[in-house]
Design a protein around this ligand. Structure first.
Ligand SMILES: [Zn+2]
Length: 271
């Protein structure tokens, strides 16, 4: 294999290249990677920034929202002058400032049943950076249907949870069959979240993405990692792919994507 990194790139990525498990070959895999980040919010911000810094060749960002002042407490990809801008535009500017080598695809829309398969299909790996159950299930279903790996992430108050799915491993519906009824479980916009929790979980998702791209280490597949920052207890719960799963089982009852109803107060606040 021939690598054509410039002196500037070799210098920029030198701390990766020094890693025995990554090296120039791993850096090339990172550069060839196409990653879709759904939501430019609390989780999407650190994910997109670390993937940009790492040199992921193409980063897609899906978000149909604008930056609100209340986002800045945790959504560190946006700054005070960005309030009122489209999140995808603000995110793109930050990414390009971190690393001009990255190609950013700004998808100024929300992920829905009618665009999810097309969007997911353009990328190698998907990161769930949303804060509402309907879209989390949509990402799961679209990725399972399209055979794409993804990183799930959820945060609330002082807690976070994440797992990684690759084709053949447990999916979100193997663990949780369907979304809770609208309003049954609060979201960050209703119950609050400590800003740094978004950073803690988002960087785990970014690390999983880079591990998947380079093939280094063991992914969080068939394991749900949870943490509580009040005690700093981290737990890994083993989860199993189940034949009863309505989407990834042998007899799936879900054969098309679903736009679940969302609690009205969540509609404006993704992440
Ligand atoms: Zn499943």
């Amino acid at each position: 294999m021939r690598f054509d990194f410039t002196e500037e790139e070799l210098n920029r990525y030198s701390r990766h290249i020094l890693l025995q498990d990554v090296g120039v070959e791993g850096q090339e895999k990172i550069r060839e990677g196409k990653v879709l980040v759904v939501g430019a919010g609390g989780l999407g911000a650190p994910v997109a920034m670390y993937l940009a810094a790492a040199g992921v060749g193409t980063i897609g960002i899906v978000d149909g929202d604008v930056v609100d002042l209340s986002n800045l407490q945790r959504q560190i990809i946006h700054t005070t002058p960005d309030v009122g801008k489209w999140k995808v535009e603000s995110a793109k500017e930050t990414i390009q400032a971190i690393n001009p080598h990255v190609k950013v695809e700004a998808h100024r829309e929300f992920l829905m049943a009618d665009n999810a398969l097309d969007l997911v299909g353009e990328y190698d790996f998907v990161v769930d950076g949303t804060d509402n159950f309907p879209v989390k299930f949509l990402i799961n279903d679209a990725c399972v249907m399209a055979g794409k790996p993804f990183s799930h992430g959820g945060i609330l108050r002082f807690e976070g949870q994440t797992f990684t799915h690759v084709p053949g491993s447990a999916c979100y519906r193997c663990m949780f069959k369907s979304p809770p009824p609208p309003g049954a479980v609060p979201t960050c916009s209703q119950a609050g979240v400590l800003g740094a929790i978004a950073g803690m979980l988002g960087t785990i998702q970014a690390a999983e993405t880079l591990k998947w791209l380079t093939g280094v280490g063991e992914l969080l597949t068939d394991k749900l990692l949870t943490f509580n920052a009040k005690t700093m207890d981290f737990r890994k719960i083993h989860v199993k792919k189940t034949d009863k799963c309505p989407i990834c089982g042998p007899n799936p009852s879900i054969t098309e994507l679903i736009d679940y109803e969302q609690a009205v107060c969540d509609l404006k606040n993704h992440g």
